[in-house]
Design a protein around this ligand. Structure first.
Ligand code: BGC
Length: 674
């Protein structure tokens, strides 16, 4: 829809919603403002049945006036309700650098939510990966605000195409997990505007209908009460049309502060709103206009989504886990694993020459799709690496497995095999949403970025025994490899690759698919090169630098740079050309597949600020495009970015200012190779 039509349509819904809200009693308006997923149900689902959010969680609605209720389904690795298609985690999808693909993931999720009877998707997570130890790294897309914003906007578009409201979370500055309920983040206004908000704004500009306030505090105030970030920035400055919900259970702490701060819906049940809010209005502690505004926002968004024609005639349950959806889950995994090292080259393995494969490591035969928190999707099956390889190879090769606990057995297998696939890394116990039930806990922030000692010992013991050793890493973000990366010829980062992960992995290892993922974060050679990270901290000051901007400022070489990833073919770039016209900067380059296999490369466009008079990063990503090329084929690639995106935020004037200076432009295949 073009923006003028969208504007017109939206204002019509504002008028209609205004008329409906005017006919509601105070209690009815307040009833729109909270969820109805109560504690008994939460405990039954989460603790007893082991499937939190197994049905869409209801909120709001008004039957008398025909206002639909909200029916919340979580994500982001698919639909948490029922049994649904399980995609690779969002961080892995970030590594695809493929916006069209992410939009298709969004569409698929949108369709499955509709088929489950939902209309609200809580899985657009765009918190920056400020530090790779952040427990929920896997739920977001990476370290760079521009890239994260583009990926987030893509899934918003896809989900909302099926009239499912997309909820963007966790707004904002939510970058560590264990102390999420109390941690107080501070940063200056420039850091806030330039680093920690742009990706949220990109999702709002893409039309996201909802935002979830985070648990943490910013400048001493809880995000779900935050008048400045909710009312001033999001609603007023950005012109956000939709409504704000709280993060579940512990998001709202105070009725008056939340309602006056701009929090529209308390999720997932009524604790601070409901009768307490009615009383607060009656006693004059909350102006009724705040309730009216919240009700208006909720009603107009729901009417807009319910009133927009669906692209499909119906959403039967047969859509869920349909062949197309499961195939897409596999394709996404194939497009997003990152090949970090490939000496020899060891990969791809040759199906004719490899007669015996040893799959070694606990994770080689485990369904490992990510954390066991609110983002846990329940697919009917998960193809493990071992199963994927067995299916891929059929009778053509023997595939042996050892979990590696008995080192002698593993060594024997490794020495006798033609190729060794060592699958190591993390599970939901090591990282993810931090879940605590009394003395039992799992997930959370990582205490360090190394592999477990047992994994390191396994790599060190086995790598010398077989020249064709491939380390396959599982995990949500950067893993330190310095202790062992010199001793293995090939490393593939497979993340948490979803229900078809094992199939995708086998197809990549045996060359049926050429890897094309790129790191959406930097992997350090030394953890000391990252910003400080204390998972017990109650107060954290942020500055403007993390990820590649920090490596570049400090002159530190990462082990693997943001945007890096190898292929089985080679690409040559030529004739770079930069120009400016009609408010757009245009970067052009010719890309040739100079190898002998078809493949895809991610062309990245960075703008440099070396002549700046204020403190700015050396360069920032401002565009990327993934292009597929046959051997010998050349394509001209053009990437544009608005000149306005080169501005910096001047806190003194509270405006985005353009510096009159010569900017650098870089086009290449990673943040280092450009
Ligand atoms: C998480 C959110 C999630 C919500 C609802 C919370 O614990 O922080 O990300 O959307 O639960 O499932």
């Amino acid at each position: 829809m073009d923006s003028e039509r969208m504007h017109e349509e939206r204002s019509q819904y504002t008028d209609r919603a205004g008329q409906l809200v005017a006919r509601m009693s105070l209690a009815e308006k307040v009833a729109l403002m909270s969820g109805r997923y109560g504690l008994p149900q939460l405990v039954l689902d989460g603790l007893i049945l082991g499937h939190y959010n197994r049905n869409p969680a209801p909120a709001g609605g008004n039957e008398r006036l025909g206002v639909p209720e909200l029916r919340f389904c979580d994500g982001p690795r698919g639909v948490v309700c029922g049994s649904s298609t399980c995609f690779p985690v969002a961080m892995q999808r970030g590594a695809s650098f493929d916006l069209a693909l992410e939009e298709r993931v969004g569409e698929t999720i949108g369709k499955e939510i509709r088929a489950h009877g939902g209309n609200f998707f809580g899985g657009v997570c765009v918190n920056l990966l400020r530090h790779p130890a952040g427990g929920r790294a896997q739920e977001t897309y990476g370290e760079d605000p521009f890239h994260v914003g583009q990926m987030g906007a893509a899934i918003v578009r896809g989900v909302q195409r099926h009239n499912v409201v997309a909820c963007v979370k966790h707004y904002a500055l939510n970058n560590q997990e264990n102390t999420r309920f109390k941690v107080d983040v501070t940063c200056d206004e420039r850091t806030l505007r330039e680093v920690y908000l742009p990706h949220f704004k990109a999702c709002i500009d893409a039309g996201a209908g909802s935002v979830m306030g985070a648990y943490n505090k910013f400048r001493g105030e809880h995000l779900c009460h935050h008048g400045y970030l909710l009312r001033e920035v999001l609603k007023k400055e950005w012109g956000f049309y939709g409504f704000v919900i709280s993060d579940f259970v512990f998001g709202v702490r105070d009725t008056v502060q939340a309602a006056t701060g701009g929090l529209d819906v308390e999720m997932c049940n009524t604790w601070h709103y409901g009768r307490r809010l009615v009383r607060a209005v009656r006693r004059g502690k909350v102006p009724e206009s705040a309730v009216d505004e919240a009700a208006l926002r909720i009603v107009r968004t729901l009417l807009l989504f319910a009133g927009t024609p669906d692209p499909l005639p119906s959403y039967p349950r047969s859509l869920i886990l349909s062949k197309d959806h499961v195939t897409l889950a596999r394709q996404v995994a194939e497009a997003s694993m990152v090949l970090l090292k490939n000496e020899g080259p060891v990969l791809p393995l040759d199906k004719v020459r490899v007669q015996a494969v040893a799959v070694i490591g606990e994770l080689g035969n485990r369904a490992n799709t990510g954390d066991h928190g609110s983002s846990r999707v329940h697919p009917p099956y998960v193809v493990t690496p071992l199963e994927g390889l067995r299916r891929q190879l059929g009778d053509s090769a023997e595939v042996h497995f050892s979990n590696g606990r008995r080192l002698d057995e593993a060594k024997k297998l490794a020495a006798a095999a033609d190729a060794v696939i060592l699958v190591v890394g993390y599970t939901h116990r090591d990282e993810g949403e931090y879940i605590e039930y009394g003395p039992i806990s799992w997930g959370g922030d990582r205490p360090h970025l190394r592999l477990h000692d047992r994994d390191v010992a396994l790599i060190q013991a086995l790598a010398p025994l077989n020249r064709n050793t491939v380390v396959v890493l599982m995990g949500g973000s950067a893993i330190m490899m310095e202790e062992w990366r010199g001793s293995v010829p090939a490393i593939l980062h497979a993340f948490y690759p979803g229900m078809e992960g094992g199939t995708a992995l086998a197809r990549i290892l045996f060359g049926e698919v050429n890897p094309s993922g790129k790191l959406p974060f930097s992997i350090p050679a030394d953890e000391g090169h990252l910003p400080a990270f204390d998972r017990t901290a109650a107060q954290v000051p942020y500055d403007r630098y993390h990820g590649y901007t920090k490596f570049e400022r400090d002159g530190n070489e990462p082990a693997y740079a943001f945007g890096f990833g190898l292929s089985y073919t080679t690409f040559a770039l030529s004739d770079p050309d930069f120009s400016e016209r009609d408010g757009q900067v245009r970067a052009r380059v010719r890309v040739t597949n100079s190898g002998d296999k078809s493949g895809a490369e991610v062309i990245q466009f960075y703008v440099g600020f070396e002549n700046s008079e204020v403190d700015r990063p050396r360069k920032l990503l401002r565009g990327f495009k993934k292009v597929g090329l046959e051997p010998g084929e050349t394509k001209a690639v053009e990437i544009t970015c608005p000149v306005d995106s080169l501005r910096w935020y001047n806190p003194e004037t509270a405006t985005w200012e353009m510096e009159e200076m010569v900017y650098q432009a870089y086009i290449g295949t990673s943040s280092r190779a450009c």
